[in-house]
Design a protein around this ligand. Sequence first.
Ligand SMILES: Nc1ncnc2c1ncn2[C@@H]1O[C@H](COP(=O)(O)OP(=O)(O)OP(=O)(O)O)[C@@H](O)[C@H]1O
Length: 508
Amino acid sequence: MSTAACARFCTPLTSGTGSSSKLTTGTGSGSGANMTSSYKKKIPSNTTNDSNTEATFTFKLGRATGPGSSSVHGRSSSNVASSESSDPLESDYSEEETEPDQESVPVQPRTNSRSSSSATTTTSSADHDNDVDEEEEEDDDEDEDGNGRDADDVTHDSSESIEEDDGNETDDEEDEDDSEESSSVQTAKGVRKYHLDDYQIIKTVGTGTFGRVCLCRDRISEKYCAMKILAMTEVIRLKQIEHVKNERNILREIRHPFVISLEWSTKDDSNLYMIFDYVCGGELFTYLRNAGKFTSQTSNFYAAEIVSALEYLHSLQIVYRDLKPENLLINRDGHLKITDFGFAKKLRDRTWTLCGTPEYIAPEIIQSKGHNKAVDWWALGVLIYEMLVGYPPFYDEQPFGIYEKILSGKIEWERHMDPIAKDLIKKLLVNDRTKRLGNMKNGADDVKRHRWFKHLNWNDVYNKKLKPPILPDVHHDGDTKNFDDYPEKDWKPAKAVDQRDLQYFNDF
Ligand SMILES: Nc1ncnc2c1ncn2[C@@H]1O[C@H](COP(=O)(O)OP(=O)(O)OP(=O)(O)O)[C@@H](O)[C@H]1O
């Protein structure tokens, strides 16, 4: 999330940084959100372009990143998450095999507006050659990956993964200590008693729907960290309790070189806190908007690290559901860290929650068919396209228009696009998820064996042996130049919740 990323975590601000969005929940496909807000966002100066251009964004569903969009650099995308019940705990009813079309789906708009330098981010329509592809091209069936395997030849197996009865049940025992503002945690160096006061808050580096993310410094280890602060009142109001608990629970379970590491989490009467490693290079989104588009080689590097992470998450039956450049941070060493697990979910079967960001939503989510890890492979196809072209394949001013385009299966291709990358994108953006690369019998292996990745040694990818195409301009581990500035005085202390509401977070 970034500035505009005020979607799920919208701590009340008095002005400014994008969290003052007006959010109205609606029903239906998620296009009914009325969310208007605007703010100014400044792209950090040390990325590809050095100018600190300011741009104003309007929050709405969908992001202004389409071809020919006047604000092609900006993104006003929204996260959408469905929930129907008036019970704030029932923000995600996927455990029940609810008839999907019975759902009424209040929308959690996400406002990931982004700005970037106008000098470098204009997507030229001149090199955007509208060669409308009606799903298949003549050579498509002949396309084989490096191992002579054609995606469509792979045994189809929608292999639904297993959804847990309740993704939050497992932690009750361990959580006894975590219900206070301090807790003891076993670390590599022994047991450490953590306390919120151990962290000196330095600066806000990001905002979200329920709060903000701050750079802070651990007074004990002197390490820089990122502290995500979520106002409980907002989490309850937006019925995102289960999503937030999912996020914490899943993050506690996972460890991967390209996934953000959760160090500790706690709460007080007003807020939930999650402490992460601080990733000082900023968002991939910023680099992409400043560059306009990435080369095939650069896109390949980032895609490979994401494939490695998705394979890992899916092996744990975790579906991520929010893949997009805003949620990909670049570390000081140039490697990726996937952040924001607010929509991640442990699966036992399909899930029905409408969530994600319009441009990256898979058709089966729009159609309320129930979805599984295949949605992440779809989003990977969208992401690779966006990296190579500079804007997403399905774009419209309105979310409904985006959804129509996603369902139509039509993609416009640039004439000079790398044909091998194009082949992979086509095999990921397959509407029928049982035929989508990554979601068939061989899982992620089918993606890894695609010709676009054939030069890669996947162990080298995992071990960060590939040379990163971009090294962030960072002077020290606590450098914030790659993030926007947020007026700190705008932050009001979150209201304390009463004891009854506090119980919702007993196991946080
Ligand atoms: N570990 C981190 N290191 C550095 N910056 C971070 C880190 N985690 C998050 N950020 C910054 O804060 C922003 C918000 O974080 P995140 O997306 O996790 O919050 P969110 O509240 O879930 O957002 P949203 O409401 O869009 O879902 C990120 O986009 C990023 O710019």
